[in-house]
Design a protein around this ligand. Structure first.
Ligand SMILES: C[S@@+](CC[C@H](N)C(=O)[O-])C[C@H]1O[C@@H](n2cnc3c(N)ncnc32)[C@H](O)[C@@H]1O
Length: 224
């Protein structure tokens, strides 16, 4: 069983952005020098563009992850979620293609007096041992091609927390005419990680920003 709730948007609409910029903001052209350059440019100021506070869905649900366990933050950005989890006692590794984001995440961690492990790399190149992670979080980074890999990295019983915009978001941004490839379809998250158990699901039906959020658990192996 899982619950379906409606909640307020977490990342607010960015106005007047070009389709190519939006494509990058949504995570496309990932494993390319263009992507790194783009994200380094986005983050290249003292301001934390997504803020220092964690995503609301994570703040409300982090305790689905067993205490003091190891967590991978995919597309960590400036560390708002990674640092929050570190403050709660988790051992967090954040991976991001942007070295500027990684540096800012380190600054944020120091600001809060915690440690996080950081890796500057494309998630396409990042390697974790199979069944080595207690949890993975992935916020606003949609790349369906890594889903199987993420599942394989989770320990049996491991937790995946995932949130991103759905393509309904395009209806509230008139100037966006790009492919929907890097946005979720409504309700897509419910079937995007086959084999994992759905513990919680939220998708707003009528909001300024359209997001979908899910918490899943990898089943434990049956004892023979
Ligand atoms: C929309 S931001 C979200 C950041 C963060 N998860 C948050 O919610 O604040 C997407 C992030 O994905 C990162 N990214 C883009 N391509 C990537 C890749 N191939 N591997 C790892 N990170 C990537 C960007 O640098 C950026 O920080």
């Amino acid at each position: 069983m899982f619950s379906v709730l409606i909640f307020a948007p977490l990342i607010h609409a960015k106005h007047n952005i070009s389709s190519s910029r939006y494509e990058l903001l949504s995570g496309s052209k990932r494993n390319s020098p263009d992507s790194k350059k783009f994200w380094d440019g986005q983050y290249n100021s003292e301001k934390y563009i997504y803020g220092k506070a964690p995503a609301k869905f994570l703040a409300q649900n982090y305790d689905f992850i067993p205490g003091q366990s190891n967590v991978l933050d995919v597309g960590m950005g400036e560390g708002r979620n990674a640092v929050f989890l570190a403050r709660k006692g988790y051992l967090v590794t954040g991976v991001d293609i942007s070295s500027v984001a990684i540096r800012k995440a380190g600054v944020l961690a120091r600001e809060f007096g915690v440690r996080i492990n950081t890796v500057t790399a494309s998630i396409d190149d990042y390697k974790a041992h199979p069944e080595s992670l207690d949890a993975i979080i992935c916020f606003y980074y949609v790349d369906r091609s890594i889903n199987k890999k993420l599942i394989s990295w989770l320990k049996p019983g491991g937790i995946l927390i995932y949130e991103a915009n759905t393509d309904l978001q395009m209806n509230v941004r008139d100037n966006i005419q790009q492919s929907k490839k890097y946005l979720l379809r409504p309700e897509e998250l419910l079937k995007m990680f086959p084999g994992l158990q759905i513990l919680k699901y939220e998708e707003p039906l009528h909001k300024k920003d359209f997001t979908a959020s899910i918490i899943l658990r990898k089943p434990k192996k049956n004892k023979v």
